[in-house]
Ligand binder design. Structure first.
Ligand code: MG
Length: 418
């Protein structure tokens, strides 16, 4: 088996810069798409760091999931070491082809599709809030397509020191076409349109170019990246799989998905404790984070309205419990601060965000306020008491929000100044 690739990345029409990164390494059979997010140029740094680290780790012999874990660590370290990059993150969907086998590693809401025998199937599961709601039966796939919160992702590289990587294996057949793409494609074009376009263009480069052009024609709201990998029998002429595929439209196989994500709790069919939607953190970039921020922005605005007459008094005597560097933290002050009175850290516990129930975590994301320190400490004691019991059962996967600068403001709030 050999691979004929086609690829293109494009800034689109709605963003000033292209924060997607692309990797096409034919010599080593490694291909990837990363969709970065963060203020200023941080998203670009995140996605570029991810694919560079992925490639070097892979070339040093690491399997793809380990290579992606290293990419996560590299993005995380860079974000932690530079205030201008704090909070950045990236998706990463990578394919390593070895002979007739493609192994995929995946984190985030970029996607991989397989076109086989004329039918297109999404290989990867999106790590996104709306996808989770669809799995829970709370949204239909149609509602998800245009949901205002569809850009909120629940897993990304660079957000935490460790990341859970989904892996998939596809045993390639001649004529298969694998597609990796960023959400700038899939938010603009339906799966049906993508499928029809893939079938229409036998040449992989022409297919990639056409998809990008169509996404731009549909609005081009975001950066658009597409990598197309055509699996050809050794010695085949290389005119792509689409013509052969189109001769058997609608036929699905489903046998390709041999290796489902092994330990992916949010894909489990059994009743697993699932996070509430409000617990999702926008590990996200400019356009994305604005939508995510609405969740906490309203309470902050309300607090400001209430306190306007007694700002200093109020801001200095109240407490709230929230997160700082992913740890449950007691703050003195008001979430978001009030007219110059920023909250200060009173005490940081060793209780991690992911040791909480989804409800508690959602509660703390915007800051749970208390009238006194002792009340707040009683609340923290209750969370600590719950931890042991929860440790055995909690399998949620929502990422913690980016750690805020210590001693300043709670998650999300720092985003407003970017
Ligand atoms: Mg994007």
């Amino acid at each position: 088996m050999r691979i004929a690739p086609g690829f293109r990345t494009d800034v689109g029409r709605g963003r000033p810069e292209n924060e997607d990164s692309i990797l096409v390494d034919d010599a080593h059979g490694l291909y990837a798409v990363a969709d970065g997010m963060g203020g200023h140029r941080a998203g670009e740094v995140a996605s570029a760091t991810a694919v560079e680290t992925l490639q070097s780790a892979f070339l040093e012999g690491r399997p793809i999931d380990r290579a992606i874990e290293e990419a996560n660590a590299a993005v995380f370290a860079k974000a932690a070491g530079d205030a201008a990059l704090r909070g950045m993150g990236t998706t990463l969907t990578a394919v390593a082809v070895d002979g007739g086998t493609a192994v995929l590693g995946h984190v985030g809401d970029s996607r991989a599709y397989l076109l086989r025998d004329g039918a297109v199937t999404q290989v990867t599961d999106d790590h996104s809030l709306v996808e989770q709601l669809v799995r829970e039966g709370r949204l239909s796939p149609e509602e998800a397509q245009n949901h205002p919160q569809r850009a909120i992702i629940t897993r990304a590289l660079g957000v935490d020191a460790e990341v859970q990587v989904d892996t998939y294996r596809v045993d390639l057949r001649p004529g298969d076409r694998l597609v990796i793409c960023s959400d700038g494609l899939t938010n603009m074009l339906s799966d049906d349109t993508i499928g029809a376009t893939l079938r229409r263009h036998a040449d992989p480069q022409q297919a990639a170019d056409t998809l990008v052009d169509m996404a731009n024609q549909a609005g081009g709201d975001d950066n658009i990246t597409v990598v197309i990998l055509d699996a050809l029998a050794d010695g085949a002429a290389g005119d792509g799989p689409a013509a052969a595929a189109a001769s058997r439209p609608g036929e699905t196989t489903g046998e390709w998905r041999i290796d489902d994500p092994v330990a992916e709790p949010d894909a489990a069919p059994a009743p697993v404790p699932e996070p509430e939607p409000s617990g999702a953190a926008p590990a996200d970039g400019p356009g994305r984070s604005l939508r995510g921020m609405a969740r906490w922005a309203l309470p902050v605005v309300a607090v400001i309205g209430i306190a306007v007459g007694a700002v200093g008094w109020y801001a200095r005597r109240t407490y709230y419990v929230g997160f700082s560097a992913d740890r449950v933290t007691l703050f003195k002050g008001v979430p978001g601060g009030l007219l110059g009175w920023n909250p200060t850290i009173d005490r940081r516990t060793d209780l991690a965000a992911d040791e909480l129930t989804p409800a508690d975590r959602a509660d703390l994301e915007s800051g749970h306020r208390f009238a006194s320190r002792s009340e707040a400490n009683r609340f923290i004691a209750r969370l600590e008491a719950d931890r042991a019991a929860l440790a055995a059962t909690t399998t949620t996967t929502l990422e913690a929000p980016p750690p805020p600068p210590e001693g300043t403001v709670p998650p999300g709030v720092t985003e407003t100044s970017r």
